[in-house]
Design a binder for this molecule. Structure first.
Ligand code: HEC
Ligand code: HEC
Ligand code: HEC
Ligand code: HEC
Ligand code: HEC
Ligand code: HEC
Length: 440
């Protein structure tokens, strides 16, 4: 198209002018090629996600895998979930794997066909969400999977049950890691071809230039022929501006999608309550202690929501609020007189099969409410601050030291622990990762 319009006005009468035009044409192709080259190089480095092969990555991956995935997965054998050998080839992309591991239900809910198919194939078993896993964690797990899968191909898999080795594995270990390698080879090949084209064009241009230099050219023509290929001339070209805008838009889009996948399904949930009760006014401005209202916190499993009676301790006196006037407080009085509980909408809610105890955390563990619930004293409307997934619980149990001060029961444990380890005793060390502690 564009070449037609460039060549259309040419009449083959003055060869030198023609050559100048051709030179110009080659020159602009040259610039575009450099652009394409830069672009493909960029996409190669930005989007290629090589699974690491260093021993350190593999052993870090092994630890993560054993602690988090082994309950349901083996590398070369189907368990609760699929055998993970070769996932990085069969799953839609590495990014998909990352999203799925962080929050599989979100990916499934998005209707993505591969995820939905898998979910149905595994009888709608929910995989645990590992929302706290960083990209390198997941890449390390993949490194471990790749290494294990190699072992199975080389000799026997020591862990696998008899019979499961040959026919049982879902994926032939041979074909395992070839596909991404092919992709890389194709990409590298394309880049090489581009480099070659750039070099050939460069030669052509300089040959034509040398030829034209032997002719007598006007000042203007000379300038056109000798216009340099500078960084400036490339960055000013419309092609470059388009490419940059495109890359930025693509990256933004990608970040948005990733962000959506990693947000917990319930995180940020903040329903409108029947009475416009404000923690900002009560716990913030008037500094009423959380435990004054949430009376169960120190002694029981549940923190409990205060009854109307507790509100009435103060609101039989205080009949109007600064922000909401009399309307909202009148609702409390009405509920009290009618002897009806206020129907607060519950915000935080773990599934029934999991067990969480407030007293264990707040009283024994000394964990602040805000660590889990966020800055409640600044919220007019309570919203769910944390993910409340299993990954969230476990992550904290790995990182948090046991609060052993003033607890005679723990003194012996700490003493024992310090004999065998230099690390401070974590919740993990007192059984905080045992399934039965959190599951009935
Ligand atoms: C509670 C059991 C459970 C745990 C724990 C678990 N998974 Fe899964 N996983 C599943 C199930 C079941 C599936 C199949 C899909 C579904 O039903 O949602 C699955 C699917 C997958 C898939 C997609 C597999 C495929 O064939 O494309 C990947 C990848 C995966 N899990 C990785 C992990 C990793 C990594 C961990 C540990 C960090 C982990 N899983 C922990 C149960 C689990
Ligand atoms: C520190 C507490 C804790 C420990 C330890 C724990 N879980 Fe969980 N688990 C939870 C919580 C909380 C949920 C529900 C969170 C959610 O819906 O994501 C859950 C959910 C699950 C689910 C349902 C999948 C899901 O994500 O909804 C399965 C299956 C499961 N756990 C299995 C296990 C197994 C197997 C172990 C032992 C290896 C284990 N859990 C250890 C707290 C724990
Ligand atoms: C004057 C009484 C009062 C005080 C003081 C108070 N709360 Fe509340 N809290 C409530 C009431 C009423 C609700 C239910 C309505 C709502 O969600 O806003 C509630 C709800 C909550 C919820 C959400 C419960 C759910 O449904 O999952 C959390 C979390 C919470 N409070 C934490 C705190 C913390 C932390 C403090 C101290 C900084 C605190 N509260 C102080 C009365 C109080
Ligand atoms: C310890 C005393 C105390 C308790 C208990 C208490 N409040 Fe209040 N409440 C106050 C004070 C003080 C104000 C501020 C009045 C003002 O704005 O001048 C207030 C204001 C309010 C307002 C109006 C807020 C505004 O700014 O307009 C509402 C609604 C309200 N409270 C609801 C409740 C409910 C519901 C409960 C029970 C869960 C409760 N309060 C328990 C002391 C209390
Ligand atoms: C270690 C994390 C953690 C800490 C610390 C914590 N909570 Fe919670 N809280 C939770 C979880 C998880 C739930 C959901 C429990 C469930 O559904 O069984 C919850 C639920 C609640 C609820 C509503 C349901 C119920 O249990 O009655 C209130 C109110 C609440 N918390 C208040 C508090 C207050 C006040 C504090 C501080 C004194 C506190 N929490 C400290 C994790 C925590
Ligand atoms: C902010 C950090 C934190 C989070 C988040 C957290 N925990 Fe804990 N958890 C602790 C600490 C600290 C202890 C140790 C308390 C003690 O000293 O006994 C503990 C102890 C426990 C224990 C007793 C373990 C034992 O061996 O005695 C259970 C059960 C438990 N947590 C369940 C949960 C569940 C379920 C969740 C998620 C819904 C959760 N925790 C989230 C910090 C946390």
């Amino acid at each position: 198209m564009s070449s037609d319009s460039r060549f259309a006005p040419l009449v083959l009468e003055k060869t030198d002018t023609n050559l100048i035009m051709i030179n110009n044409y080659l020159y602009s192709s040259y610039k575009s090629l450099i652009l394409v080259f830069l672009l493909s190089f960029f996409s190669f480095t930005a989007f290629s996600q090589d699974i690491p092969t260093e021993p350190a990555a593999i052993s870090a991956g092994e630890q993560l895998f054993n602690a988090n995935c082994k309950a349901c997965h083996r590398v070369n054998q189907k368990l609760v979930g699929p055998a993970l050998a070769g996932v990085y080839d069969r799953a839609p992309s590495i990014d998909w794997i990352k999203s799925f591991i962080r929050n599989s239900s979100k990916v499934i809910a998005s209707g993505e066909p591969y995820a939905v198919g898998l979910y149905n194939e595994y009888n709608k078993t929910q995989m645990t969400a590992f929302s706290n896993f960083k990209d390198p964690d997941i890449m390390n797990i993949l490194a471990y999977i790749k290494a294990e899968e190699g072992k199975a191909a080389g000799g026997g898999d020591a862990g696998a049950q008899p019979g499961a080795g040959a026919g049982g594995a879902q994926v032939p270990a041979e074909g395992g890691d070839t596909a991404p390698r092919y992709l890389n080879i194709i990409l590298i090949g394309m880049i090489l071809i581009l480099i070659l084209l750039v070099i050939i064009l460069g030669f052509l241009i300089s040959a034509i230039k040398r030829f034209l230099d032997q002719k007598t050219l006007t000042e203007e023509e000379r300038e056109v022929v000798h216009s340099p290929i500078s960084v400036g001339s490339i960055t000013r070209s419309s092609g470059f501006i388009f490419a940059v805008t495109f890359i930025i838009a693509a990256l933004g889009f990608k970040a948005a999608i990733n962000g959506l996948y990693s947000v917990g399904v319930q995180q940020g949930y903040a329903p409108k309550q029947p009475i416009a009760f404000s923690h900002k006014v009560h716990a913030g401005q008037y500094e009423i202690d959380c435990k004054y209202c949430h009376t169960g916190v120190m002694k029981g499993k549940s923190a409990t929501i205060p009854s109307v009676n507790i509100c009435m301790n103060c609101h039989n006196q205080i009949k109007a609020g600064t922000n909401t006037g009399e309307g909202e407080i009148a609702k409390i009085v009405k509920a009290y007189n009618d002897n009806k509980p206020i129907e607060w909408i519950r915000i935080h809610n773990l599934p029934d099969f999991s067990y969480f105890n407030h007293a264990q955390h707040v009283n024994v563990g000394g964990v602040e409410c805000q660590t889990c619930h966020g800055p409640i004293q600044e919220m007019d409307v309570v919203r769910q601050h944390s993910l409340l997934t299993m990954g969230w619980c476990i992550d904290c149990h790995r990182q948090t030291d046991v609060n052993a001060k003033g607890n005679a029961y723990y003194d012996k444990l700490v003493e024992l622990h310090n004999k065998t380890s230099k690390q401070p005793m974590k919740v993990e060390d007192i059984g905080g990762l045992e399934c039965s502690k959190c599951h009935y």
